[in-house]
Each structure stands twice: as structure tokens, then as C-alpha cells.
Ligand binder design. Structure first.
Ligand code: URA
Length: 232
């Protein structure tokens, strides 16, 4: 830490509204000093800007039918980021991702590998609910994807877990089914860095096909081998 800059210097620069870029380990130390989680020093400004951009977005027609946007939820300094498809009815009502039955299954999946949902950051490809939970349209994904890219850039996760076909195909620019994408480590190319991606089944699919839970567990074990994290 001292070889870069002390907390007091950072506080002064912050007060002057001067962005400070620090190596990740220094940010971690600073966060520990402050008793918080590991987040970028510019994040204080960037998260609210991004959240408010999402909340007023009218770039596609889904804004006409949504009750509210669903930004994302969890630890903004998380090592694991979970990416799903789009909000459903429960999420649209509550404004948080994965809060319905699929959310309970996701929580169980995380618990199975020793994680609690507060330790990860959860977001979706789309921030608004498609009517009747239909698949996202290409133009909707194109309008919304930049929000997800910005979330990944802010969280800087060490791993993304893509749950379900829609999330996997759009993150990876692929058209293969989940069965062909799971079982290996892919990469999501962000503006500044690439992030490893592990694909698994969507929790809603696992509710319909419990016989596939074992494969999902294997996927999460693969994810854990890429980035060990604990905190149940
Ligand atoms: N399914 C998703 O893909 N995302 C949610 O937030 C809820 C259900």
C-alpha cells in the first residue's frame, strides 16, 4: 500500500473528484481498511450512474410492459458473477433477479458448492421482463448487452457462471445448446479483460428436469476449480 498512496491521499483525490486507478491488490487492501468489499475506487460514482441509466432505459419496447427494471443484486466486489436470462413475473414485481422458484433453486445450487447468494453478484442478459416470459429478441439483447458489459467491468469477477441457453449463447456468441457448451471453460471478452465462463443449466430447467441436477453440480464444481470461493 505505502508504495502507491495512503488512505488520506486517496480521500483527498476522491474529494477533488479525481479518478484513481490502483492495482487490484491495493484496492483490496483499501477495501479491507475501510471494512468494505473489494470494489473499484471509481465504483462509487459508476454504479449509481449505471443503475440510473438502467432504471430509465427506453431503448427497446420492453419498457412499455415492465413494472420496473431489474438491475442486478449481490456483492459488487464478488469473485463469481451469475448471469441469467431475463426477469420473470416475480422479479418484475420485486425488482430483484432470481427471487421466484427458479431463484430458490439457484440458491440451492450455490449452497451445494458452499456459497450463499450474498457472496455473488447476480444479473441477467435483459433488465426488463419479456411479456409472458418469451425468449429475448435479438434487438432487445443488442440494446441491453452494454449494461451487462458495464456490470462485468465494474464487478471484475474472476468467473462468470452462465445459467441457461440464452445467457450462455449471448455471452459467448454461440448457437449451441447448453449440453454442448457445458463441461469446459469459455471466455467472455470484455472491453478491458476476458473473464472465464462456465455454462450450466437454468435453475427453472432443473425444476422441470431434476435428473439433470447432478450435471449442474458437476458444472459448479468445475466453476469452483476455476475460482475457489467460500462463504455459505
Ligand atoms: N430467470 C432468469 O433467467 N432470471 C431471473 O432473474 C429470474 C428467472
Amino acid at each position: 500500500m505505502p508504495e502507491f498512496m495512503g488512505a488520506e491521499q486517496r480521500r483527498i483525490l476522491h474529494a477533488l473528484d479525481i479518478d484513481v486507478w490502483l492495482p487490484r491488490h491495493v484496492v483490496a487492501d483499501a477495501a479491507t481498511e475501510a471494512g468494505g468489499s473489494e470494489v473499484s475506487p471509481t465504483a462509487d460514482k459508476d454504479w449509481p450512474t449505471l443503475e440510473s441509466a438502467v432504471s430509465v432505459c427506453t431503448q427497446c419496447l420492453l419498457h412499455q410492459t415492465r413494472k420496473q427494471t431489474v438491475f442486478g443484486d449481490g456483492d459488487r466486489g464478488a469473485r463469481w458473477m451469475i448471469v441469467g436470462e431475463a426477469p420473470g413475473a416475480d422479479e418484475d414485481r420485486q425488482g430483484k433477479p432470481f427471487v421466484g422458484k427458479a431463484g430458490q433453486m439457484l440458491n440451492e445450487m450455490l449452497r451445494a458448492v458452499g456459497l450463499n447468494r450474498e457472496r455473488v453478484f447476480i444479473a441477467n442478459i435483459l433488465k426488463c421482463r419479456p411479456p409472458n416470459n418469451r425468449d429475448p429478441r435479438v434487438d432487445e439483447v443488442a440494446s441491453c448487452m452494454d449494461f451487462l458489459r458495464r456490470q462485468v467491468a465494474l464487478v471484475q469477477p474472476q468467473l462468470i457462471v452462465a445459467v441457461g441457453r440464452i445467457a450462455a449463447q449471448h455471452l459467448l456468441n454461440e448457437d449451441k445448446p447448453v449440453g454442448q457448451l457445458r463441461g469446459r471453460v469459455h471466455s467472455f471478452a470484455g472491453p478491458e479483460q476476458s473473464t472465464p465462463v462456465v455454462v450450466t443449466y437454468h435453475p427453472a430447467y432443473l425444476l422441470r428436469s431434476p435428473g439433470q441436477k447432478r450435471k449442474a453440480w458437476e458444472d459448479l464444481c468445475l466453476a469452483r476449480s476455476v475460482c475457489e470461493v467460500s462463504g455459505a
